[in-house]
Design a protein around this ligand. Structure first.
Ligand SMILES: [Zn+2]
Length: 133
C-alpha cells in the first residue's frame, strides 16, 4: 500500500512508524516539520485522531477532535516549506490537500493551508493554521 502522503513510498516505509510512534523498539518522531505535516495528513486520511491530538501543540490543541467520515482525503501536495529542518525550532509548511465525498465520489474539493510548526525537544508539533484558502 502506498503512503497516503504521496511520498511515493510504501505506508510501512513512510508514515507508519510515526503514527505508531515506535520502530524496532525505539521511539521515533518525524525529523522535520514537513515530515510531521505529511504524517498528520496520513493520520487524517486514516482517521487516526489520537495521532493528530498528540502532534498538536498543547496551547492550540482542541479538547477533542471529530473527523468527518464523509471526507476522504486522497491527495497531498507540498507547495513550499520554510525552516522546519533538523536544526530549526520552528517551521512553516504550505500544502494543498484534496478530498472527496465518500457518499458521492464525484464531489471533490481541496484545502490550501499554510501551517506553522514548532519543535519541543525531538518532537515537531503542529501549532496553527496561518492562512487557509
Ligand atoms: Zn507518508
Amino acid at each position: 500500500m502506498r503512503c497516503p502522503c504521496n511520498s511515493g513510498e510504501s505506508f510501512e516505509g513512510c508514515c507508519a512508524k510515526y503514527l505508531q510512534g515506535i520502530e524496532g523498539g525505539t521511539v521515533v518522531y518525524p525529523p522535520t516539520a514537513e515530515a510531521l505535516m505529511r504524517s498528520r495528513y496520513t493520520a487524517f486520511a486514516r482517521g487516526d485522531v489520537s495521532y493528530l491530538l498528540r502532534t498538536w501543540h498543547p496551547d492550540t490543541k482542541p479538547a477533542s477532535l471529530e473527523l468527518d467520515p464523509d471526507q476522504q482525503w486522497y491527495s497531498l501536495e507540498i507547495l513550499s516549506t520554510s525552516r522546519g529542518g533538523y536544526f530549526d525550532d520552528d517551521g512553516v509548511v504550505s500544502f494543498r490537500a484534496s478530498y472527496r465525498s465518500a457518499a458521492n465520489r464525484k464531489l471533490r474539493d481541496s484545502l490550501t493551508e499554510t501551517s506553522s510548526f514548532t519543535r519541543q525537544g525531538k518532537q515537531w508539533l503542529y501549532l496553527a493554521a496561518l492562512e487557509i484558502h
